[in-house]
Design a protein around this ligand. Structure first.
Ligand code: PFF
Length: 446
């Protein structure tokens, strides 16, 4: 397998692609509900610390490997391991990444399907004048209808896989370019609206005044998992994008920019959502339905709310779309690396993810009580174990490979920070990121 000559069109295109991968359900849907279930401010604080100490350095490690290897993850790891005289088994890390994104995409597509449903519902004005209780009950009824969930899951996966089959086009880069600022603007608007509600100060206190009473190793594990999840790190998905990174681009700058953009989306969403939660006397630990219930409630009270809500769900859909494309890419690249054509690889991935997604779709009705592991049903399993365990484990191995195994010169030149910058980064990864990930993972699992 020879090196790829493809490159992102510009530095900006690379940052946008990685931001597109990072900003998604993780920020707007998952962060608020996981923080809600794990005590708020303490969770936020630890998660931000993990982004700085692990997320950014490991993101750099991951992109660096892709950039130095200039191939799909499995081939890049294999080639660099051979160059370093290390075990060829390192390439299986690419396969583990593919397994991780497979599990994640299966539930990701189902939840993104919810935003399609909600987009249509808000365009139809279904939330107009509805009470908080009615909106909550409507969501339950929706979840209990597997046919509807499967329809939307299929539609979302179809959208994703069509773009992947065509190759991530300039069109998507441009779309992202245009729409990300709009998503920010809307979130800001929502946060400003949130400031006018009664719940605002409670929300701020809840998000920013940590109380460490409820802190357990599991909460810390969730926070770490979420740091990896939200940055799209640990599944070799960014490695695949790094392979097309322009020669002259600064990797650290790109990583910091993406992390900053990513955290700010989560914060804005958190402020907006929790203000409504507290203003309405709802439970912050409401779980996966949190955003889908709070936002329609918030918007139903705003002038022109139905329009804003529709625009919001549209942008959310676009944000999840670009993340889903990133989730699919390493699997498709892996199959392609085995010699299959891109169209066939995409079809195989699409069909298997679709099948797996059915299990998540049925987890709210027929399979709700099918709890094969840890008392959790399939949706609960695939939306927690791969993000909380597989991503940190993958990240740990990626970091180990980049900081301990990779040939020195290849790493220095792919990082592009000179010898001193490289040593600084390597020391952080070796002595902070790797041990910390290991300890938290072990603590959380035990
Ligand atoms: N970062 C994405 C989000 O926050 O929604 C999810 C994600 C994408 C996770 C790609 C992992 C990944 F490889």
């Amino acid at each position: 397998m020879s090196e790829t000559l493809e490159r992102w069109g510009s530095k900006r295109a690379f940052i946008l692609a990685v931001t597109g991968a990072a900003v998604g359900l993780g920020n707007i849907w998952r962060f608020p509900y996981v923080a809600g279930e794990n005590g708020g401010a303490a969770f936020l604080l630890i998660y931000v610390a993990f982004v700085l100490l692990l997320g950014i350095p490991v993101m750099m490690a991951e992109i660096l490997i892709g950039r130095a290897g200039r191939r799909g993850p499995i081939q890049a790891l294999g080639a660099l391991a051979a160059q370093a005289g290390a075990s060829p088994n390192w390439r299986w890390l690419g396969l583990f990444g593919a397994l991780t994104v497979f599990c994640i995409l299966s539930f990701y597509s189902v939840v993104s399907g919810w935003s399609i449903e909600f987009l249509v519902a808000s365009i139809n004005g279904q939330f107009n004048g509805a009470s908080a209780a009615e909106i909550g009950a409507g969501f339950e009824t929706f979840l209990a209808n597997p046919g509807l969930l499967i329809f939307n899951h299929s539609l979302f996966l179809f959208m994703t896989m069509t773009v992947v089959a065509a190759g991530v086009s300039k069109g998507l880069e441009r779309l992202n370019n245009l729409l990300m600022p709009l998503l920010y603007a809307l979130l800001l608007l929502l946060a400003v609206y949130a400031a006018t509600t009664d719940g605002f100060s409670t929300a701020l206190a809840w998000l920013f005044l940590p109380s460490f009473d409820a802190l357990t190793p599991t909460v810390v594990l969730h926070a770490m998992g979420h740091a990896f999840f939200t940055l799209a790190v640990g599944a070799c998905a960014l490695m695949a994008y790094g392979a097309y990174m322009p020669e002259e681009q600064s990797l650290p700058k790109a990583a910091f920019a993406v992390a900053a953009l990513d955290i700010s989306v989560a914060l804005l969403a958190g402020i907006a959502i929790f203000s409504v939660v507290f203003a309405q006397g709802m439970d912050p630990a409401e779980g996966p339905g949190l955003m889908f219930v709070t936002l329609p409630i918030a918007f139903s009270e705003l002038p022109g709310g139905a329009i804003w809500l529709s625009v919001f769900f549209l942008l959310l859909l676009l944000a999840t779309w670009t993340s889903a494309i990133n989730l699919a890419e390493p699997m498709v690249a892996t199959l392609q690396g085995l010699g299959l054509r891109r169209s066939i690889s995409t079809a195989i991935v699409a069909f298997s993810v679709w099948l797996m997604g059915l299990l998540s779709a049925f987890s709210f009705s027929t399979l709700a009580e099918f709890r094969p592991l840890f008392g959790r049903n399939i949706f609960e399993l695939v939306s927690s174990i791969p993000p909380d365990v597989f991503l940190p484990l993958g990240g740990l191995l990626i970091a180990t490979f980049a900081a301990w195994v990779m040939p020195h010169n290849a790493a220095v030149s792919a990082l592009g920070m000179g010898e001193r910058g490289y040593r600084l980064w390597r020391n952080i990864v070796r002595w902070v990121s790797i041990p910390l990930t290991f300890i938290v993972l072990l603590g959380g699992l035990l």
